[in-house]
Design a protein around this ligand. Structure first.
Ligand code: 5GP
Length: 190
């Protein structure tokens, strides 16, 4: 999606450890006009898939998922992140290793919000090693529901997540795919 690529070129900042900061329009301050175009594009890609729920992960996926949901006209569920080991019954859980913080945490979704009849679209801001998407997929599978695919804003294609998940048969659609980037500010898209 040209609009997103141009915005990344203009306002993105490349940090050590292969981290792309997009706080000016996506991860802190949010450009809702841009989110709206992203939501429209996710709907163009997945609008024929009879999606019944959108599932994302707190915090940065929520805004994108909510705007997209207005096109799909379905509820958004966000998986909560928790550090607790003892989780009450009534939830689906998965372990996710955070790309940005390195910690492993549990994500949870209440069982009442994901059921076996659901067709779920996963949405997230970034795809790096794929841990977040794998955790979200597990929650859906544990519920006996179907993952129709994933909609990602920015995929860092030089990291292994995209290839790994596609090899497992997951449909992954990313609006901007970064082929390479370096701390001197240069960035190349696929
Ligand atoms: P993965 O689980 O695929 O390794 O990483 C995806 C998650 O890590 C996303 O939910 C996102 O919050 C975070 N993340 C990964 N890479 C980046 C990055 O370059 N920039 C930002 N802002 N977040 C990232």
């Amino acid at each position: 999606m040209k609009l997103l690529e141009e915005r990344i070129r203009r306002d993105g900042k490349i940090r050590a450890g292969n981290v792309l900061k997009v706080d000016a329009f996506l991860n802190h301050q949010m450009d809702i006009g841009l989110f709206n175009e992203m939501g429209k594009e996710f709907y163009r890609l997945y609008g024929d898939q009879n999606v019944t729920k959108i599932l994302t992960i707190e915090a940065s996926g929520i805004g994108i998922a909510c705007v997209a949901a207005q096109y799909f006209n379905v509820p958004v569920i966000f998986a909560k992140k928790t550090q607790t080991k003892n989780i009450d019954g009534g939830v689906y859980t998965a372990k996710v290793e955070s790309f940005t913080h390195g910690k492993v945490y549990d994500i949870i979704v209440a069982k009442e919000f994901l059921t076996s009849g659901d067709r779920v679209l996963l949405i997230d801001d970034f795809l790096a090693n794929g841990a977040a998407l794998m955790g979200l997929s597990k929650l859906v599978e544990d519920a006996g529901a179907v993952v129709v695919g994933a909609g990602i804003a920015v995929e860092k294609a030089f990291q292994p997540g995209g290839e790994l998940l596609r090899a497992k048969g997951l449909r992954v659609e990313s609006l901007a795919r970064v082929k390479s980037m370096s701390e001197d500010g240069s960035i190349e898209f696929c």
